[in-house]
Design a protein around this ligand. Structure first.
Ligand SMILES: Cc1ncc(C[n+]2csc(CCOP(=O)(O)OP(=O)(O)O)c2C)c(N)n1
Ligand SMILES: [Mg+2]
Length: 949
């Protein structure tokens, strides 16, 4: 029965009344007769209300007639509020029949305001969207009669010692249904919800004169910056903020708050809308710089190998002194792909927090579009990672610039929810809906949101309802599709004018001051415009700060990544020793023992051992290693066991942690079941961290195409577009083993197509030692490049895919090409098969049975940068031989189309007698067959054909 009350009341009232109600249910005579009568009525009344609720008549035709209380009402009522009695209880004997009934009903109404009040807030500056309100916000719904309005009730739980029913309603309306839509009743955590209730119910919007002037100045910058650009560069694309101008004072406040919190960095991720305004008005990019970009185009640093990007995609960083504190601000560069930057910004924040060993080091601010927020799946993925231990960043501050349109699309076509922000309701995050023409409400909501984020380390959402003054861009005609809206907008004053009028009318400032602020800013812009004549763009910030030891170009030769064998053995000893009290699974215990023996004998180290030695040796050098992916702790194929689970207690043990006092140097985390957000996040982590090995592992390589945006827009092209290096590693299980179309190919061809000019390294290693060197090279080369690895599946346990310890030893390096020994010693080689990856072992196994054949194999271990010199060295003495490229992938996939021009060039230069030949599966629509039997036949055929056996 308490459920019945909980829908009507809150906390202690509910318990108290529930107890009485239970008593009444047992025996109606056990409670005071008047109360019994009230309970009886309530039973009948609530049945009626439930019945009324069944009728959908209020959706959406219902329109609440609000009295729209003035702020003064709120002050007056709040100031009159008494303090709740300590125990929050009402004296049963003093509860008069009518008074108690009224108290119960008005309490239910207040609760409804807490839940649905936001639906009655006039949020649309254009007044186009009706304020639909909610049927439960009417006194009638709760059976409150006009006579009861003047009854004095005790409502200690709402802070009223005593109050007239009508005043309580006016207070609830003014608090929850007037200027800010507080949308948090979905929050399940009681402490958080109560904190919000208390915060919201105990204060009102009351800015000092100084604050009001600051808000006006923010609006002035926002408004006149765009207007100046519009006048000087009519029709030029700038994706103006106009209409959403309140974003600027809001951001200013959020940064001020961050400075007070002593954050060292704020990382902002945002799309096109209002970006130039944020760059200049918030990030302090000189106005002259932006104006000169409009005038002369964006400077492109071809001398640094950069292709550049359009001005509204470029990032920036700056230091701002606020509240006697230096706050570093970063605006992430981003592609057109809306919302794609979100996890990248989050990953960068996490890296910064890890570096400073506190979540207080950095905060992420993400600015969204109202159409993009519900539409782009990566938004949901990022919300889903917000509380996960491998990914949490102490709460992201989200702002939706809700201009009520996406390009030409209206909300009825862009979302299935009432609010643009509704997705966030599934994540226990508070949402604050505000009207962009009420900048004080915007900043006030922003303040509560910032406090909440700081207190609960939780995401918060500001839904800034505004409009877009022009078309999607300034050259676009909005009237074609939204004629009514744009008819209204053309006569609608800017937020600056509306707010300035309000301040003048209320006597805060004079009209002369408004004009002075305007003139001052216009003069500043004109001065900046004049400076463009002689403006020299500043040197790009490229490889500065923590990147200053990184060189622009890759090493001329492979850096030495081998280690002293004794050192490796001592690392291995720690890696493969588990505390005696730890209850190891017997199978894993056997495996660990075998690995220990490999280290002792120095013979036949397997793949997992090679990988573990790479990670552990980097950690022992004091480098950070961070690996995420689905089931990456154990490893999808059980080869890693980087985290062990006690079979009795389920406690975990991470052997690599035994190599360092700083456990955080090795972090391997099972990720949520997402590709896009996790790849983006790790790219962001690596973006911040030149000295960390940051890896993402696909469960199977082909799942990585769920993160394709990050390969195409960030990993392959980020350095060229934005002059930002990145050493992320993608581990992508790949290989044809008869497992069907979806688990064979990591779509190698996709990565190779993205390769040019050494932008990334793409490898397919056939030995544990070479994989070890490829990983260590990421931090030991003089520059940073993304590394894409086609990782094996069956080779994880293949008897021949092993390396002796000596191959990991001092002086050893990564080998881009591994050629059979007979190429350097033997003469008369007739056939040379160049191949890569797992099929090498199929070829070798067959060849081992035909040692009389004059055939040699060359393994291409790195596709890009293409190791031309190594291939030349291997081939040059055998110009009479037939050279074959052999792959197990279909002809339209795999490496064939990528390697072909390189190999043909080499053969031509060396004057080979025969043309290059292709052996592999024929072109196919699907990567592999569904039957392992058919696969085996195909595999046998291609191996025989390659070897001509
Ligand atoms: C992933 C993606 N799909 C499509 C587009 C093309 N596009 C650019 S802006 C836009 C509308 C965005 O609307 P909204 O999110 O409301 O932002 P607004 O422009 O209104 O600020 C579209 C569809 C894009 N940039 N990215
Ligand atoms: Mg929009």
């Amino acid at each position: 029965m308490s459920q019945k009350f909980s829908s009507l009341f809150s906390s202690a009232d509910v318990h108290y009344l529930s107890a009485l109600y239970e008593k009444y249910k047992q025996d109606p005579r056990s409670v005071e007769p008047s109360l019994a009568a009230e309970f009886k009525k309530l039973d009948e009344g609530s049945a009626g209300a439930e019945a009324a609720q069944d009728k959908p008549s209020w959706i959406p035709a219902f329109r609440l007639e609000l009295t729209n209380p003035l702020e003064e009402d709120l002050r007056e009522i709040k100031d009159k509020k008494g303090h709740a009695s300590k125990d929050g209880k009402t004296n049963e004997s003093s509860v008069g029949k009518a008074v108690l009934a009224a108290a119960l009903k008005v309490a239910a109404l207040v609760e409804a305001y807490r839940r649905f009040g936001h639906m009655a807030v006039p949020l649309d500056p254009l007044h186009l969207k009706p304020v639909i309100g909610h049927v439960e916000l009417t006194p009638e719904f709760h059976g409150i009669t006009p006579d009861e309005m003047n009854l004095e009730v005790e409502l200690p739980l709402f802070g009223f010692k005593t109050a007239l029913v009508k005043d309580v309603i006016r207070w609830a309306e003014a608090t929850y249904a007037s200027r800010i839509g507080f949308d948090f009743s979905h929050i399940t955590d009681l402490t958080r919800r109560q904190w919000l209730q208390h915060r919201v119910e105990s204060t009102y919007i009351d800015f000092s004169k100084q604050d009001q002037i600051e808000i006006l100045k923010g609006l002035t910058k926002a408004d006149l910056f765009e207007r100046f650009l519009a006048v000087k560069f009519p029709g030029a694309k700038r994706f103006g903020l106009e209409g959403g101008d309140s974003l600027i004072p809001l951001l200013e406040f959020v940064l001020q708050y961050g400075a007070h919190q002593k954050l060292s960095e704020v990382v902002i991720g945002m799309a096109h809308r209002g970006r130039l305004s944020v760059l200049t008005n918030v990030m302090d990019k000189p106005y002259a710089a932006v104006l000169s970009e409009f005038k002369y185009g964006i400077p492109i640093h071809r001398e640094l190998g950069s292709a550049g990007d359009v001005k509204y995609h470029m990032g920036a960083s700056t230091d701002r002194i606020m509240a006697d504190h230096t706050l570093h601000l970063t605006l992430m560069p981003n592609p057109s792909h809306l919302e794609a930057v979100n996890p990248v910004a989050m990953g960068k924040v996490r890296a910064r927090q890890d570096e400073f060993k506190t979540q207080d080091a950095a905060m992420c601010v993400l600015i969204h579009g109202d159409a993009a927020f519900p539409g782009q799946g990566v938004v949901a993925e990022c919300l889903a990672m917000s509380e996960l231990k491998g990914f949490s960043i102490g709460g992201t501050y989200h702002i939706i610039i809700n201009n009520q349109v996406g390009f030409t699309t209206n909300p009825d076509c862009s979302r299935s929810t009432y609010y643009s922000s509704d997705l966030a309701k599934g994540f226990d995050m508070p949402i604050f809906h505000v009207n962009g023409d009420d900048p004080e409400a915007v900043v006030f909501a922003g303040q509560i949101a910032a406090e909440y984020r700081a207190k609960f380390s939780s995401d918060v959402i500001i839904d800034l309802v505004c409009y877009r003054r022009h078309g999607h861009n300034e050259g676009d005609e909005p009237v074609f599709t939204q004629p009514k809206m744009y008819g209204i907008i053309s006569n609608h004053p800017t937020p600056r004018i509306i707010y300035a009028d309000k301040l003048v009318q209320s006597g805060v400032i004079t009209q002369a001051m408004v004009e002075e602020f305007k003139t001052q800013f216009e003069q500043q812009m004109q001065k900046a415009f004049d400076e463009t004549e002689s403006y020299k763009s500043v040197k790009p910030d490229w490889l500065e700060g923590r990147w200053s030891h990184i060189k622009t170009d890759d090493d001329k030769s492979q850096p030495v990544t081998g280690l002293d064998l004794k050192k490796l053995q001592s690392i291995g000893e720690k890696l493969f020793t588990v505390p005696s009290h730890f209850n190891l699974n017997p199978k894993i215990a056997r495996q660990i023992e075998q690995k220990k023996q490999m280290l002792i004998t120095g013979k036949e180290l397997d793949w997992g051992t090679g990988e573990a030695l790479a990670f552990a040796s980097l950690v022992a050098e004091g480098r950070k290693v961070r690996l995420t992916g689905q089931d990456s702790q154990r490893g999808t194929f059980s080869h890693r066991h980087a985290v062990l689970t006690d079979q009795v207690t389920e406690e975990t043990y991470t052997p690599i942690h035994s190599l360092t006092a700083e456990k955080e140097l090795f972090e391997v985390t099972n990720s949520l079941l997402s590709e896009a957000s996790v790849v983006g996040y790790e790219y962001g982590y690596a973006y911040n961290s030149p000295d960390a090995l940051v890896l993402w592992e696909g469960q199977f390589g082909d799942f990585a195409n769920g993160a394709q945006v990050y390969m195409d827009q960030f990993i392959s092209a980020g350095e060229s577009k934005w002059l930002r290096k990145n050493g992320i590693v993608l581990l992508l299980p790949h290989g044809y083993e008869g497992q069907g179309p979806e688990h064979s190919s990591a779509r190698l061809e996709r990565y190779l197509q993205l390769c040019a000019g050494g932008n990334m390294r793409v490898v397919n290693c056939t030995t544990p030692a070479n994989f070890f060197h490829a990983l260590r090279r990421q931090l030991h080369s003089q520059t940073r490049k993304p590394l894409v690895v086609m990782t094996p599946k069956s080779l994880l346990r293949h008897k021949q895919a092993v390396s002796d310890l000596a191959e990991f030893g001092s002086g050893k390096t990564f080998r881009p090409v591994i050629a059979d020994a007979n190429l350097s010693s033997g003469q008369g080689i007739e056939r040379i098969v160049i191949t890569s990856g797992k099929v090498y072992y199929d070829l070798k196994t067959m060849l081992d049975g035909h040692l009389d054949k004059k055939i040699a194999l060359i393994r291409l271990e790195q596709y890009h940068p293409f190791p031309e010199a190594d291939i030349v060295a291997a081939l040059k003495s055998h110009t009479g031989a037939q050279v074959i490229w052999c792959q197990e992938e279909p002809q339209n996939m795999g490496a064939w189309t990528f390697v072909r021009p390189y190999l043909e060039k080499v053969l031509e230069a060396l004057k080979f007698k025969h043309a290059l030949q292709y052996v592999g599966r024929p072109a196919e629509a699907s990567p592999a067959v569904g039957s392992d039997k058919v696969h085996a036949v195909e595999q046998q055929r291609l191996v025989e054909e390659a070897l001509n056996i």
